[in-house]
Design a protein around this ligand. Structure first.
Ligand code: SF4
Length: 649
């Protein structure tokens, strides 16, 4: 039987296990990527593991999420990251140089390589045939030290693309259509492999918009084969030698097949406040828009800004609408500026921002209260924009620009008809990606050879090995689809404490219940209860690290999102699955004790644990874990476990 492209790359990198869906496999990692909100902890963990040099072919540290340096804390973090990259041997991308995925795509992404990144949108370079996976920071630290990355072998789903995009439909509409059909849980445990005759019509930047937002489906990764488009892109970015022809075998077998006819797609939009709340733009036409943003790792590159600039040439943004362009990379901004497009945007009334994630996580450009913001981003979780009752829609750059011109949501086809001289700008790549690389520091050119830690940089907390008893008061009961943004918000005032866990933990789950941290400390720890898909969204390990710091011993949920589940193991919190009836029955404040000897049960491979509630009734919770995950839990987390492995203790 032939292999899928995913299986081929995994096979090439396999160090443990077999490629059987659902089984845990260990793979070698070629490249790693860390960003500033997760990176400080990664390097502190790398240091705590006693590691001295990066062992992967390439590691890159970006400063992109929180580039505004309001006070010394972010600046301290960025300096620490620069010093860590130089000391341990990673490339360093300075604040303002752009978003990790876009800078990585332009400079390092390569077909057939594995990439592990401490950011959930790491799968972006799947558009170039790279198998890229998002993971928790501790997994990255271990991979940089040369250890394998362990992941459940995903099912590989064939997404067969037919036809070609027409008119005003764009790559964003392909992935919004996938979200419309499959929902934010539709990709859990899967890799989406794009095939079919429609593939060759899509440029690499269009493909990376699709692979980037595969994350919103909950997918482990998404990938395209390589072809003339890939070759063309790698030539334009000046790395033709990285091209490798990669495709699935003709007789490859897939777990499932989804067919998307590109020629049938129309402009789509995700309504507030979930990326899968997708409808045709025409269904929400007429809604007044006060803010429009083009940017983010999904649609913030040169190829995404240029269509907006072309549409706005000779026009103006509506008076009651503010339009912001935040380029995803400084290189994109530099090329646009050299070509004169930045001036066109400015003349139209656009506010041009630095290359940063910023607004995507509520840092800057927070929408006005009770107003609509249209964004080309990938997530519109409630409150993520920086205001609790936000109303954020997700769409393509063309739909966003049309709204900026009209001041209300409008299908660009209808606006074109109304204006008479508005044409679909289509996609255009620069002849050469020839921006300066002054902000990307090669490890061989680094000025640093020791870590520089400012007062905001604390130690990595450790947990004791798992004992006999686990449990305590259920301090919070939550609904379905709780995101890591809910658990640790990423707003500027909070994120600046990412390297100071004691302080950061005060904000744990504050978006769900602002008394949570105090109650957890008062109760001296306890448990959490959640519905389906607990921990979806960002990969930030602080969402496990801070609850661990507050003494949370177990999470009882109907299901867990992949990366967060791994992070719970990594920080010694027991992730237990419960059924619908149990979820309904448990009340916040109940005292839940796992009756069995947990430490022994975990070590012995027990899958079911009896739990007692208020000495009143009992239920059975499931622990789905590999032998390695059990060992990690028993050791009190991955840091202790990895040290044990290294020393043989
Ligand atoms: Fe940055 Fe937003 Fe992309 Fe995350 S999703 S990497 S915050 S732009």
């Amino acid at each position: 039987m032939g292999q899928t492209l995913t299986e081929k790359i995994l096979d090439d990198h396999l160090v443990e296990g077999e490629l059987t869906p659902g089984e845990e496999i260990g793979i070698d990692i070629d490249q790693t990527l860390t960003q500033d909100t997760t990176g400080t902890m990664v390097w502190l963990q790398f240091e705590a593991l006693g590691l001295e040099d990066v062992q992967t072919e390439l590691a890159a540290q970006y400063c992109d999420h929180q580039t505004y340096q309001f006070d010394f804390k972010n600046t301290d973090d960025h300096r620490f990251l620069r010093s860590a990259a130089g000391t341990f041997g990673a490339h360093f991308s300075r604040p303002g140089n752009g978003i990790c995925h876009n800078v990585h795509k332009e400079n390092f992404a390569a077909p057939g390589k594995t990439l592990l990144g401490s950011d959930s949108h790491t799968p972006t370079p799947g558009g170039l045939g790279q198998l890229a996976i998002g993971a928790g920071g501790l997994d990255i630290a271990v991979a940089m030290g040369g250890g394998p990355y362990y992941v459940e072998m995903p099912e590989v789903v064939n997404v067969r693309l037919e036809g070609e995009l027409e008119g005003w439909a764009s790559a964003k509409d392909v992935i919004l259509e996938m979200l419309r059909r499959l929902s934010v849980k539709g990709g859990v445990g899967k890799v989406f492999e794009y095939t079919g005759p429609g593939v060759e019509s899509l440029t690499v930047p269009e493909r990376t918009t699709i692979t980037n937002m595969g994350t919103e489906l909950g997918a482990t990764s998404s990938i395209f084969p390589t072809d003339e488009q890939t070759k063309d892109y790698l030539e334009r970015v000046g790395r033709p030698e990285d091209f490798e022809k990669l495709e699935p075998d003709a007789d490859a077998e897939y777990a499932d097949e989804i067919v998307v006819d590109l020629s049938e797609l129309e402009p789509l939009i995700a309504k507030p406040s979930m990326p899968d709340n997708v409808v045709p733009v025409r269904e929400v036409e007429g809604e007044r828009v006060e803010q429009v943003m083009i940017g983010s790792c999904t649609n913030g590159s040169y190829e995404d800004i240029l269509p907006g600039a072309k549409m706005l040439k000779g026009r103006e943004v509506a008076k009651h609408t503010e339009m912001i362009v935040a380029p995803a990379s400084k290189q994109s901004a530099e090329i646009l500026a050299r070509q004169g497009w930045t001036a066109e945007l400015m003349a139209a009334g656009v506010n041009f921002s630095e290359a940063t994630c910023g607004a995507c996580i509520g840092i800057g450009h927070v929408p006005a209260s009770d107003s609509v913001s249209l964004r080309t981003f990938n997530r519109n979780f409630e409150g993520r924009s920086g205001i609790e009752d936000d109303s954020v829609y997700l769409c393509s750059p063309e739909v966003a620009t049309a709204a900026a011109i009209k001041g209300e949501i409008v299908d660009p086809r209808d606006l074109a008809e109304e204006l008479g001289d508005l044409e679909s700008p289509g996609i255009e790549l620069p002849d050469e990606y020839d921006g300066s690389d002054a902000d990307l520091i090669d490890p061989n050119e680094s000025i640093d050879d020791e870590l520089i830690k400012g007062p905001n940089i604390g130690d990595v907390p450790l947990k004791d090995p798992l004992g006999d008893t686990v449990g305590g008061e259920s301090i919070l009961k939550m609904d379905d689809n709780i995101t890591t943004d809910h658990i640790i918000p990423a707003t500027a005032d909070i994120l600046m404490y990412r390297s100071n866990i004691e302080k950061l933990s005060e904000f744990t789950l504050s978006r769900v219940d602002d008394t949570f941290a105090d109650r957890a400390l008062e109760a001296d720890g306890g448990t959490l209860v959640a519905g389906e898909n607990y921990g979806q969204g960002s990969s930030r390990e602080h969402a496990a690290l801070c609850p661990m710091y507050l003494g949370i011993e177990a999470v009882f949920a109907q299901s867990f999102a992949r990366i967060h589940r791994a992070n719970l193991f990594n920080f010694g919190i027991v992730p237990l699955t419960i059924d619908d009836d149990t979820y309904e029955q448990i009340e916040q404040g109940d005292d839940i004790t796992v009756v069995d000897d947990v430490g022994a049960g975990v070590r012995n491979g027990e899958e079911q644990f009896t739990c007692r509630v208020n000495d009143d009734w009992e239920f059975t919770a499931q622990l789905h874990a590999s032998e390695r995950e059990r060992d990690i839990l028993a050791a009190g987390g991955k840091l202790s476990w990895t040290k044990e492995q290294a020393t043989g203790d």
